[in-house]
Write a protein that binds this ligand. Structure first.
Ligand SMILES: *[C@@H]1O[C@H](CO)[C@@H](O)[C@H](O)[C@H]1NC(C)=O
Length: 255
C-alpha cells in the first residue's frame, strides 16, 4: 500500500529525455543567432545532442543534464547534416557543473559552464550573447524566443536538420503549479522560469535542452525540463540567479 501511494510522487522525468524540440516553430534565418551551438555529447552508454550558447570566446552555458564524457561544440551551424564552411568545431576542455546540481535530482540548478579547448573566432557566423543582470526578473507576458535542433512535434522522434525558432511568453510562476504528484512539483521560482502559453502550443522539447531563452537580447533562461509530451509551459533555468556563480567561475579560470 505504501509503495502505491509513494510511486506517483517519486516519478521523475528521465534526464535528457525532457525539454528537447521546438514544437510549432519555424526554420530560423540561417546564422541569425550566431551564439547558438550544437553540442554532440558522448557518454559511455549513449550519444545525444543539446543546444548551447556562447557567453565568452571560450565558455558555453548549457544545461547541466547535457554533460557527458566527451562533448564537441559546433559553432556557426545551420543545417547540421551539411558540411558548412562557416563552422568552428571545438572540443570541451572541462565541464564545470554548478556545485548545487545533483544528477539524482536533475531538475534543480540545471546549469553548467563548459570551458572550450580554445577560443572561438568571432565573426558574422559565430558570436556571443550577453548575460542578464544578476537577479533581474522578466515580467509575466514578456515575449522571448527559443531556438534549437530538437524534434519538431511530440510525435516526431527525429531531430530537425536545421535550426528552428519560436516565440514564447514568460508565464506567472503559478502557471507551473507545485502540486504534489503534478508535472511541476519540482518547480522552484527562485532558480527556474515558467515559460510558454498553454493556449499557444509553442514550446521547447527533446533535443533543445541547453539552448537559450532569449529575452530583450539577453540569455535569460536555459531549456531544462517540461512535460513528457511537450505541452507548454516548459521550465527553464533562471540564468539571472546564477550570475554571481558564472562571473566567479569564469574569473577564476581566466585571470
Ligand atoms: C539539409 O541538408 C541536407 C544535405 O545537404 C539536405 O538534404 C536537406 O534538405 C537540408 N535540410 C533543409 C531543411 O534544408
Amino acid at each position: 500500500m505504501l509503495i502505491l501511494i509513494l510511486l506517483p510522487a517519486a516519478f521523475l522525468l528521465p534526464p535528457g529525455a525532457v525539454a528537447g524540440e521546438i514544437i510549432d516553430g519555424c526554420e530560423a534565418q540561417p546564422h541569425s543567432r550566431p551564439y547558438m551551438a550544437y553540442l554532440d555529447i558522448q557518454s559511455r552508454d549513449k550519444r545525444s545532442c543539446c543546444g548551447g550558447f556562447l557567453v565568452s570566446e571560450n565558455f558555453m552555458l548549457p544545461a547541466a543534464h547535457c554533460n557527458g564524457d566527451k562533448i564537441i561544440v559546433i559553432l556557426g551551424a545551420h543545417n547540421i547534416t551539411k558540411n558548412e564552411l562557416s563552422r568552428q568545431v571545438i572540443p570541451v576542455r572541462r565541464p564545470y557543473p554548478n556545485q548545487d546540481y545533483d544528477k539524482e535530482a536533475p531538475h534543480n540548478n540545471d546549469i553548467i559552464l563548459l570551458q572550450l579547448e580554445r577560443k572561438a573566432r568571432l565573426n558574422g557566423y559565430v558570436g556571443l550573447i550577453p548575460l542578464p543582470v544578476a537577479h533581474q526578473r522578466m515580467h509575466p507576458g514578456t515575449v522571448c524566443s527559443i531556438a534549437g535542433w530538437g524534434s519538431t512535434s511530440a510525435h516526431n522522434i527525429l531531430n530537425s536538420n536545421t535550426l528552428r525558432e519560436a516565440d514564447v511568453v514568460v508565464m506567472q510562476d503559478a502557471a507551473c503549479p507545485r502540486n504534489p504528484g503534478g508535472i511541476y512539483r519540482d518547480y522552484n521560482p527562485s532558480t527556474m522560469m515558467c515559460v510558454g502559453d498553454p493556449e499557444k502550443g509553442k514550446s521547447s522539447f527533446k533535443g533543445d535542452s541547453g539552448g537559450p531563452l532569449v529575452c530583450q537580447q539577453t540569455a535569460q533562461g536555459i531549456v531544462s525540463w517540461g512535460s513528457k509530451v511537450g505541452t507548454p509551459p516548459a521550465v527553464y533555468t533562471r540564468v539571472s540567479t546564477f550570475i554571481p556563480w558564472i562571473r566567479k567561475t569564469m574569473r577564476m579560470l581566466q585571470p
